[in-house]
Design a protein around this ligand. Structure first.
Ligand code: F6P
Length: 325
């Protein structure tokens, strides 16, 4: 089966993540290394339906390893969620003679991979989302850069919160997951971190933590809220009422999705891009590239999507020890 693969398509889909360009480059350069042609598909699955393509070569991936966003653009395709859309996308693959598709993105992207595979297309997914919420892999591209962006912003906030002796409530992204909030909360030495996976008791998890911090001499407080854990505005208002503080709310939002990818994201993306091509070249399909204990492995997409990812218990324990004084 080796080298039966002659032409591969690559696309990015869903929310962008820093390092997606490095992953595209990894795929393209791994293809060139093996003598496989590579076709870029623009605008995610919408582009696959419409045949919105770009021939990829060494020069159009030159100087993109250090760029945020995705040169192929991205989309969340409603049309691809329909049987007709999927059939049309599979039709484009056949028309273009694509022997495989590499789809770079998160959970929704992988559901697309699964659907395409059911239409007989060879597919591999690369996990890229700042949420780090894909269960089969230890790491998703973009998480490190997004964490560092949030940490940098919160460090700046801390300066002004410290000067004014204020309480700050900062909302970070993560959709329904708290991995980003937990990691960022540990990195900034937050007073409290609220995550969707942990049922909140406002008295215990916010009021008591602020109170203890005040009793130990602190006069500014940093509350990190995962967007899936509730509204930062509401939490701020409750703090105002219960503790007579005058909090300020900051929603970091899409800032976390942009910027120059970190070294970790570039390296993980390059390795995942390379691995995806190796998987297709070996004749495998319906796989997800996964980082496990420092190595790249691949997992069946149906199994991958059935797995659940909890928060890292050791990180939670460390957070409790740091905030429970
Ligand atoms: O999945 C990545 C993510 O940035 C989430 O953290 C967030 O909830 C969502 O995408 C935002 O999506 P949009 O770009 O559509 O506003």
């Amino acid at each position: 089966m080796e080298n039966a693969v002659k032409r591969i398509g690559v696309l990015t889909s869903g929310g962008d993540a820093p390092g997606m360009n490095a992953a595209i480059r990894g795929v393209v350069r791994a293809c060139l290394h093996r003598g496989i042609e590579c076709v870029g598909i623009r605008r995610g699955y919408n582009g696959l339906i419409a045949g919105d393509i770009l021939r990829m070569n060494a020069s159009n991936v030159s100087h993109i390893i250090n760029r945020g966003g995705t040169i192929l653009y991205t989309a969340r395709s409603k049309e691809f969620m329909t049987q007709e859309g999927q059939q049309r996308a599979a039709g484009t693959c056949k028309l273009l003679g694509l022997d495989g598709i590499v789809a770079i993105g998160g959970d929704g992207t992988f559901r697309g991979v699964q659907a395409l595979s059911k239409h007989g297309i060879s597919v591999v997914g690369i996990p890229a989302t700042i949420d780090n919420d894909i269960a089969c892999t230890d790491y998703t591209i973009g998480f490190d850069t997004a964490s560092n962006t949030a940490v940098d912003a919160i460090d700046r906030l801390r300066d002004t919160m410290q000067s004014h002796e204020r309480c700050s409530v900062v909302e970070v992204m993560g959709r329904n997951a708290g991995h980003l909030a937990l990691y960022v909360g540990l990195a900034v030495g937050a007073t409290a971190v609220l995550m969707p996976e942990v049922d909140m008791d406002f008295e215990r998890d916010v009021v008591e933590k602020i109170r203890r911090a005040r009793l130990s001499g602190k006069t500014h407080f940093m509350i990190v809220v995962a967007e899936g854990a509730g509204s930062a505005m509401e939490i701020s208002e409750k703090i105002r009422t219960e503790l007579c503080l005058d909090p300020r709310v900051t929603i970091l939002g899409h800032i976390q999705r942009g910027g120059v990818p970190s070294a970790r994201d570039r390296v993980m993306a390059t390795r995942m891009g390379h691995q995806a091509v190796e998987i297709l070249a070996a004749g495998k399909t319906n796989r997800v590239v996964c980082a496990k204990l420092g190595n790249m492995i691949d997992v069946d997409i149906d199994e991958a999507l059935a797995m659940k990812k909890g928060l890292n218990q050791q990180q939670l324990d460390a957070l409790e020890a740091m905030t429970g004084l």
